[in-house]
Design a binder for this molecule. Structure first.
Ligand SMILES: [Ca+2]
Ligand SMILES: [Ca+2]
Length: 189
């Protein structure tokens, strides 16, 4: 019973204090907080993203190598975190030469083939979610799209969040412990 109570409090604490470390993850402030290369284009793609109007477009032209990245400080946060975002793509290829990648601290978390049936159709939104490990220092989220020289597929990203949990303060730990003990005592009466 005591273990259960402490576990329940721990879960409550984790949920109550989780925070998003990403700045301007919905791109409504343009590319503020983000670093872009190539022709990564934050603009009004309200027919694709949302809520809001601003979304980032990667690819969509020949020999594209577009990236958008953001570094955040994870000092004071537990290592276990979740990277989430909304993903859309326009398929415009016949042989799978256009790719979207998700990287965290230089490690590729996912590679998505954007082209294999030349449908020129919009797919999405797909709610993407990845478990990541924070360093407690600086962590970098990066999205990229590469295309070959014909049939130029596109990727769109919106609503990026890196959800982390602060390391509990000693005072919080004591309070949780006392709370758990109090719960156990009440149950024993
Ligand atoms: Ca947006
Ligand atoms: Ca292509």
């Amino acid at each position: 019973m005591k273990k259960l109570a402490i576990f329940a409090l721990g879960v409550l604490a984790a949920n109550a204090f989780s925070v998003n470390l990403v700045t301007n993850g919905d791109f409504e402030a343009g590319d503020a907080g983000w670093t872009t290369t190539g022709f990564a284009d934050v603009d009004d793609w309200s027919s694709i993203g949302g809520p809001g109007t601003q979304t980032v477009w990667l690819g969509g032209y020949a020999d594209a190598n577009d990236t958008i990245a953001q570094s955040v400080s994870s000092a004071g946060y537990l290592p276990t975190a979740t990277l989430t975002f909304d993903f859309y793509f326009v398929n415009q290829d016949v042989a799978g030469f256009d790719f979207f990648t998700v990287e965290f601290n230089g490690t590729v978390l996912d590679t998505i083939d954007l082209g294999d049936n030349n449908s020129v159709a919009l797919y999405g939104p797909f709610a993407k979610s990845y478990n990541v490990t924070l360093t407690g220092g600086t962590d970098t989220i990066k999205f990229g799209t590469t295309t070959d020289d014909i049939a130029d597929s596109s990727a769109f990203v919106d609503n990026v969040a890196l959800t982390a949990t602060p390391v509990p303060e000693p005072a919080t730990m004591v309070a949780l412990g006392l709370g758990a003990m109090a719960m156990v005592r009440r149950r024993r009466k």
